[in-house]
Design a protein around this ligand. Structure first.
Ligand SMILES: [Zn+2]
Length: 321
């Protein structure tokens, strides 16, 4: 007689699926944070919605061949945004074939077809990264934290009172699109002076080039960071401006909801002190009230597998136990 799944494996692994513009990854993530059956596929490009879904199906099929598959207790899906967690759909900027694609229902069907009728959670990558950093990374032990990704774009998420706070559609903490400059330049979102339009890697490189910076080789934000470390004044100014925008947004968030730490990850944060020094310097002039003066800004601690860890952590935090 079959044993009910939940009773058989209350501490079983989480099926984690991480969907990004360049790769789709899957793993079984265990309660101690280790992973097994890790697998990945390149995200199909220039194709239709079903071809992209076929790559997800292959990953689910591969995971289902793990001897631990039958012990899985839930499934977490992390995806590049925008996502609408209230409807289970995604429209990733870098996966043009998917517009309001019902990825959550489709994955539930693939799980069920392999004998795993699991509860699922869909989270945007900023929320997933936040869950990962709170579980195993730099925000561990912090009841109220802002976590952000600064790369091609700027995203983020919130932990409030030890709970992941995705908001109704999974987009709470989307710090890249709050305005820090009244008369700032138009942003792709339709707003003005958004953090992303100043502090993303794309924005840093664009601003530096517009101010007359001449790239030695790499014209991206990484190239600007190299020039800044060599003392190039325009490159330094580009990072100072980005750091100032991030500092204003971090201070505003802390003042609003009393976060005591901001964790910053992503490709631009990988430039280390080049970004963190201006953030911390400017923070002193924005985080001024007594209850935010001890606000810390630290680099993210999780590297390559943060997406899978985050998908699993988001599912664990958001599903009832
Ligand atoms: Zn915006």
């Amino acid at each position: 007689m079959p044993v009910p799944r939940a009773a058989a494996a209350a501490d079983g692994p989480t099926v984690a699926i991480d969907i990004g513009g360049t790769k789709i990854a899957g793993a079984l993530v265990h309660p101690d944070g280790t992973m097994t059956a890790t697998t990945r596929r390149p995200t199909p490009r220039g194709t239709d919605a079903e071809t992209v879904m076929a790559a997800v199906t292959e990953i689910v099929a591969e995971l289902s061949r793990s001897p631990l598959w039958t012990t899985a207790v839930r499934c977490g899906i992390g995806s590049a945004g925008p996502v609408d967690a209230s409807r289970g759909t995604v429209s990733p900027v870098n996966i043009g074939a998917w517009r309001e694609f019902p990825v959550q229902a489709r994955i539930e069907a693939e799980l069920a077809a392999r004998g795993a009728e699991l509860p699922t959670v869909l989270a945007g990558d900023g929320v997933a990264m936040t869950a990962a950093e709170h579980w195993l990374g730099a925000a561990r032990g912090h009841a109220n934290a802002l976590c952000m990704v600064v790369s091609t774009g700027v995203g983020g998420g919130l932990v409030l009172n030890n709970q992941l706070h995705p908001g109704p559609t999974g987009n709470a903490g989307h710090i890249g699109h709050i305005s820090v400059a009244f008369d700032g330049e138009p942003c792709a979102c339709g707003g003005h002076g958004c953090v992303e339009s100043i502090a993303s890697g794309t924005a840093i490189a664009r601003w530096a080039l517009a101010q007359g910076w001449t790239p030695a080789a790499d014209a991206s934000a990484a190239g600007v960071a190299v020039a800044a470390r060599a003392g190039d004044p325009v490159a330094l100014a580009a990072f100072d401006r980005a750091g100032r925008a991030l500092a204003a947004a971090i201070a505003a968030t802390a003042t609003l909801v009393e976060t005591d730490i901001a964790v910053v990850g992503g490709g631009v944060a990988a430039s280390g002190g080049t970004l963190f020094e201006p953030i911390r310097r400017h923070l002193a002039s924005y985080a001024t009230l007594s209850f935010v003066r001890d606000l810390k800004v630290v680099p993210a601690a999780l590297g390559t597998h943060a997406g899978l860890i985050g998908a699993a952590a988001a599912a664990t935090m958001l599903l009832p136990h």
